[in-house]
Design a protein around this ligand. Structure first.
Ligand code: M6R
Length: 595
């Protein structure tokens, strides 16, 4: 949801800002802009992507500046609504990520006092409020302005003639990259990888004053010290490495991602995190909360945990839990978020904490807000995920959930040993799926001609069907629905026909015969069927389905891993055939930091 960046040092700020914004584009890409302070404060912005802005912008001279790449929440994408926004005299520039709920009231007040507004966005009240409260000290003016604001923000403020940037955060992330006589600011560390591997994460309510040498942070008016952290991600990990899209690169990284996710855990008996109920009580149930793809990982987690731990597991959308979710004593909660910044998941985490429920977080991003809110954190170690469509982080989340379940497992020692051996074989099984890329690509070309698609699976593969449908919608712009296979005949059958293909996940577990019957029923209604089947079943199922994609045989519990990789590639090649902008799908942003 919007990326913001800032620079102060000895280099030309414009070059640094453009480079950082390019890396942050996955947070939003409907418009972008820069403000640079040199002999004067100059702004250039437009409703274009960062590379177009870089080509069109004049040279803005100056060694301090701020930049923004936008995902519109308030006011449509346009040149005027793009950030930075300015005060009446064009001397104070602000970039903002977040939402100001009371902006209308503030705007009316400022208009009545004679301030002039140019755009339709909530952010514009900020430079005008800062202008209103400015009495010679920018930090004090920012603090006074933020005192009036209801909502969430990460902001960077630049004022003409002042050799400093003022930053503040509440509800949206902000990180400072430390350099030698220069400092960098960004919404997340990926933007900073070219310049620094030493960072400071701002905490909720912090206001910082940053010049090229010094960083001073205050909270509630008092000085605070924030720890320096070392970033382990590298620039290479955030580049395409010859792949046409980040999504394809990230799909291909998955054998390594599984190995890395498993890397730290050598013993099945070694718990990843300690799961406990309120007040340290033994757990008798689990609650998993997440959004989007992470929610589907949680749904797979329910099957894994219920089978291996033999306790009930509830999975809820974090965005819904905030309205009425209840938690019993004895329940341990797990929140899952790739970015660790999803507003709905953070809201649900806060709510759990208010109820005294211990929370374990599964996240990919060190220093993310969720890692600081939760009682314990397990990192997925998937490396930076740039593509808006999540792939490798989903697989890494599953691996962590498997390992968590194995470490608490109630199954007998022989079965446990078999499962541990099977999980260690997953990287090579996934590689075997990747080796079938050509066949999946051809199937994607076939699928690209349709506008409606169903995905079906049963049991542990039901959430995989939901995730497959999400991927196809998200990047190929095809209407896709994931269904528990048995549910199609309770309504959706009305939509079946030759123009509605169905993708069926067929696994050799207790769902096998039922799914075969479902395929027969679907074929009888004329829908083309694409079946994803385990090795050895291709001949039997080939008689029922129009397309068969074979995956290596794995223990049924692990079938979501291999099946998901097929569906990721299928979505990718379908979208590619349709000419869609795969890494940056319309209307989406990677990190959804507003509720
Ligand atoms: O960072 P998170 O895992 O909390 O993000 C949750 C969803 O926004 C995310 O999974 C989204 O659904 C993906 N873009 C889907 O590919």
């Amino acid at each position: 949801m919007c990326g913001i960046v800032g620079y102060i040092g000895n280099r030309q700020a414009q070059d640094v800002l453009i480079n950082c914004l390019t890396r942050l584009e996955y947070r939003g890409y409907d418009s972008c802009g820069l403000a640079v302070s040199g002999s004067s404060l100059e702004v250039y912005k437009d409703a274009v992507r960062v590379n177009e802005l870089a080509g069109a912008a004049p040279q803005l001279e100056g060694t301090a500046g701020i930049g923004h790449t936008r995902w519109a929440t308030c006011g449509p994408p346009s040149q005027l609504n793009a950030h930075p926004h300015l005060d009446c005299r064009g001397r104070i520039a602000v970039v903002h990520n977040g939402i100001i709920y009371n902006f209308d009231r503030l705007k009316q007040e400022l208009l009545a006092e004679g301030h002039n507004f140019a755009a339709e966005v909530d952010t514009e009240v900020l430079p005008h409020l800062i202008e209103k409260y400015y009495r010679g000290n920018l930090e004090e003016a920012v603090a006074a302005a933020l005192h009036r604001v209801e909502g969430s923000y990460a902001i960077i403020v630049l004022k003409a003639d002042e050799p400093e940037l003022v930053v503040a955060r509440k509800g949206s992330p902000l990180v400072i990259g430390l350099g030698d006589r220069e400092n960098f600011i960004a919404s997340d560390v990926v933007a900073l990888l070219d310049y620094s591997d030493r960072v400071i994460y701002l905490e909720e309510g912090d206001i910082g004053v940053i010049n090229k040498i010094d960083i001073k942070i205050k909270r509630n008016g008092a000085d605070v010290l924030r720890k320096e952290h070392k970033i382990l991600w590298t620039v290479a990990e955030a580049q395409k490495a010859g792949y046409e899209h980040f999504m394809l690169k990230e799909i291909h990284e998955q054998p390594k991602v599984i190995r890395d996710a498993l890397g730290g855990y050598s013993q099945a008996a070694e718990p990843l995190v300690e799961l406990a109920g309120a007040g340290g009580t033994d757990i008798d149930s689990l609650l998993i909360l997440a959004c989007g793809t992470s929610y589907y990982a949680g749904m797979v987690g329910k099957y894994i945990m219920e089978e291996l731990l033999a306790i009930p597991v509830r999975v809820e959308l974090a965005s819904e839990f905030s309205y009425q979710g209840q938690v019993r004593a004895g329940t341990a909660a797990i929140v899952i978020s790739q970015s660790g910044e999803t507003a709905d998941t953070l809201g649900a985490t806060r709510r759990l904490k208010e109820k005294g429920c211990p929370v374990s977080a599964i996240t990919n991003v060190m220093g993310s807000t969720i890692s600081r809110l939760a009682d314990r954190t397990v990192y997925t170690r998937a490396g930076p995920e740039i593509s808006v469509a999540s792939t490798k982080s989903f697989i890494a989340q599953l691996v962590v959930l498997y390992w968590l379940a194995l470490s608490y497992s109630k199954v007998d020692i022989r079965r446990l040993a078999d499962l541990v051996m099977a999980i260690r074989q997953l990287p090579s099984k996934v590689q075997q799926v990747l080796d079938k890329e050509d066949a999946i690509r051809r199937c994607g070309q076939f699928l690209s001609g349709y506008e409606n698609v169903f995905f079906i699976g049963r049991g542990i593969n039901h959430p995989v069907a939901l995730e497959g449908a999400l991927k196809l919608k998200e990047i190929a712009y095809i209407h896709a629905e994931g269904y528990a296979a048995g549910e199609l005949k309770h309504g959706p059958f009305a939509l079946l026909g030759s123009d509605t293909p169905v993708i069926a996940l067929v696994v050799r577990d207790n769902t096998y015969e039922a799914v075969l019957n479902n395929i027969r029923e679907i074929r009888a209604r004329g829908s083309p069927v694409i079946a994803v089947v385990g090795q050895g079943d291709e001949a039997t199922i080939g008689q029922l389905a129009d397309w068969v994609i074979t995956v290596p045989r794995v223990e049924a519990l692990f079938s979501p891993i291999v099946n998901s990789v097929v569906l990721q590639l299928l979505a990718y090649y379908t979208a590619r055939e349709r000419g869609c902008p795969i890494d940056f799908p319309r209307n989406l942003a990677k990190s959804v930091t507003v509720e």
